[in-house]
Design a protein. Structure first.
Lengths: 83, 139
């Protein structure tokens, strides 16, 4: 009988099926969150829970908005070129 | 007396840097930055594990993807152990999962490099502060 540990180890032995669709872009969010958290953890002089959360969420939002704007600009450019 | 202090500080910085590499956040822990240390450990370990979960341990490939492996090994020297396991090609992974896994694990390593540099810098500052060099911190 498989133990919980066996099952956990098995999940790391085979890749997850990931489709090439718009939903797969959501995988960007945990990565951006990690970058924002680490950046703020190294830059803030003193870490308080409220301040750290606020700063991290602000940075996370800024990065996501910037990526969305860049994607929109590239989409419009591609539309102009192909039209 | 001053060269001795400098020598000790350099050794301390080296230890902090090495500890940060061996275990993400350990360098900050040793310089008494416990909150920072916990945040760094959880975030980097989780990011690396998400990468492994998405694409399997086959994403750590020291033979076929050397550039990505260079980034991955910055997470911890323990990654070399995974590289040793996958060297034979038993866990080959292709396509989108491989791509996303490489990005996650590579970014985890690069983020740890940032943390190593930060920990060494903080150790340097604490050394100069204890030696009476407060000006170094002010500048």
């Amino acid at each position: 009988m498989l133990s919980t540990l066996d099952i956990v180890i098995a999940t790391f032995n085979s890749p997850e099926p990931i489709q090439t669709n718009p939903q797969s872009l959501l995988l960007l969010l945990p990565l951006v969150a990690a970058i924002a958290i680490i950046y703020k953890a190294t830059k803030m002089p003193t870490i308080t829970t409220g301040g750290f959360l606020k700063e991290t969420v602000t940075l996370l939002g800024s990065i996501v908005i910037f990526i969305a704007i860049t994607a929109l600009v590239l989409y419009v450019l591609a539309w102009f070129i192909s039209a | 007396m001053e060269p001795r202090i400098k020598e000790n500080n350099a050794l301390f910085m080296l230890i902090v840097g090495l500890l940060s590499w061996v275990l993400p956040g350990a360098g900050h822990f040793i310089i008494k930055e416990k909150k920072r240390s916990a945040i760094i450990f959880v975030t980097i370990t989780l990011t690396f594990c998400i990468g492994l979960y998405i694409s399997s341990i086959g994403v750590v490939d020291p033979v076929a993807s050397k550039i990505c492996y260079t980034g991955q090994i910055l997470t911890s020297p323990l990654v070399a152990l995974l590289g040793h396991l996958t060297r034979g090609g038993a866990f080959v992974v292709y396509g989108k999962p491989s791509e996303i896994g490489q990005i996650y694990t590579g970014v985890a390593g690069l983020l740890n490099l940032l943390c190593i540099i930060n920990a060494v810098y903080l150790a340097h500052l604490s050394g100069t502060e204890s030696a009476g060099g407060k000006n170094a911190i002010d500048s």
